[in-house]
Ligand binder design. Structure first.
Ligand code: SF4
Length: 350
């Protein structure tokens, strides 16, 4: 059986096998951003629960068709910061390497769901050249899509090429695969990570949004990566009706800390097209983060951050100043004062 379900045609069989009523699960597939999930992830969903948080993250919702006027195609502004194709240079000391736009799951709230600028193979000579000419860059962040959709052989090839740049010290990987399809990480990937960790600081950042996503295999993978010497971090997106609850977030952050994964970022949802139903207001997010802080150790607390639209960079939400109804101001990494209008505040008044 295929390890993935990605079209309407093989959905019914999955549900018939599980003795679930396929009518209940009929959906219209959006060809631009179709349903896609690995079997391993579907198995973590409680299909009897219509409010299951994991189901909400992958199941297409008719509300996605409603695109609000304030929603944008490139909410965190990667495109204006493309230094060379596939390489985003926004912050002075680090770059984002976008090797693929493929993932093993289509998260309905994905902030890169409409982007295609990293769908073609990277020109490694061009990238290495750029990095050699920018010794202020110390860190390369492999992102995408999910960089672990690429073979360990290809990743090794990329790493060996970039290793020629002596100013690079940290190799960071942003991935959701160890969470959604942990079986995918075979010995080839661990051998690759071992190679990286032998010569550089290796950092692996898992995208994880709910404790229900943690399973035995994921915990085993974390153990293996820690043995290799990887620094393990997590990032979580704050999502209405998925995890906007202090108990759910506190559980997630303490469970991650218990297995050696430091919660790094809690992201305020971006202004992605067709995702208004996931959005919480800044006010509610701030109340929530205080409640979470009251429940867990400081070492388990991530920084609650907002990516300012237009590629202006991240700011801690707790450092924002409210200057008017729905209006916040924050100072970004360039010391610019940036204004952010919170559309979700209006929604709360509906
Ligand atoms: S894994 Fe990340 S990049 Fe891929 S669909 Fe989900 S949110 Fe988007």
């Amino acid at each position: 059986m295929s390890k993935f379900i990605q079209s309407k045609t093989n959905l019914p069989k999955y549900f018939l096998d599980k003795k679930l009523d396929e009518e209940t699960f009929s959906i219209e597939i959006d060809n631009k951003f179709p349903f896609l999930a690995p079997h391993a992830y579907l198995e973590k969903i409680n299909w009897q629960n219509s409010e299951d948080p994991l189901k909400k993250m992958v199941w297409p919702d008719e509300q996605e068709a409603e695109v609000k006027a304030y929603e944008i195609k490139d909410p965190i502004g990667d495109e204006p910061h493309l230094a060379v194709p596939n390489l985003v240079h926004r912050y002075p000391d680090r770059v984002l390497l976008l090797l693929t736009n493929r993932c093993q799951i289509n998260c309905r709230f994905c902030f890169r769901r409409e982007l295609t600028h990293h769908s073609s193979p990277a020109d490694l000579d061009l990238i290495t050249n750029y990095l050699s000419n920018h010794p202020e860059v110390k860190e390369v962040i492999f992102s995408g899509g999910d960089p672990l959709t690429l073979s360990a052989k290809y990743l090794t090839n990329v790493y060996e090429k970039l290793s020629q740049v002596s100013s690079l010290k940290i190799f960071r990987f942003h991935t959701r695969i160890p969470v959604v399809n942990p079986e995918w990480l075979d010995d080839h990937y661990f051998n690759f990570f071992q190679k990286v960790a032998a010569a550089h600081q290796l950092v692996v950042v898992f995208h994880i949004n709910h404790s229900q996503e943690i399973d035995k295999k994921f915990i085993e993978s974390c153990g293996r990566l820690r043995k290799i010497g990887a620094m393990l971090l997590s990032q979580t997106v704050l999502l209405k009706k998925v995890n906007n609850d202090a108990k759910i977030l506190a559980n997630l952050f303490s469970n991650l800390t218990n297995i050696g994964v430091k919660p790094y970022y809690l992201h305020h949802p971006d202004l992605v097209s067709g995702t208004h139903h996931f959005r919480v207001s800044i006010e509610d997010g701030l109340k929530l983060i205080q409640q979470v802080r009251n429940k867990i150790s400081g070492i388990a607390m991530p920084t609650y951050v907002l990516d300012l639209p237009g590629g202006r960079g991240k700011v801690p939400v707790e450092a924002l100043k409210k200057v008017g109804p729905k209006t916040y101001q924050g100072t970004n990494f360039k010391n610019e004062i940036v204004t952010y209008l919170d559309p979700a505040e209006e929604t709360n008044e509906d």
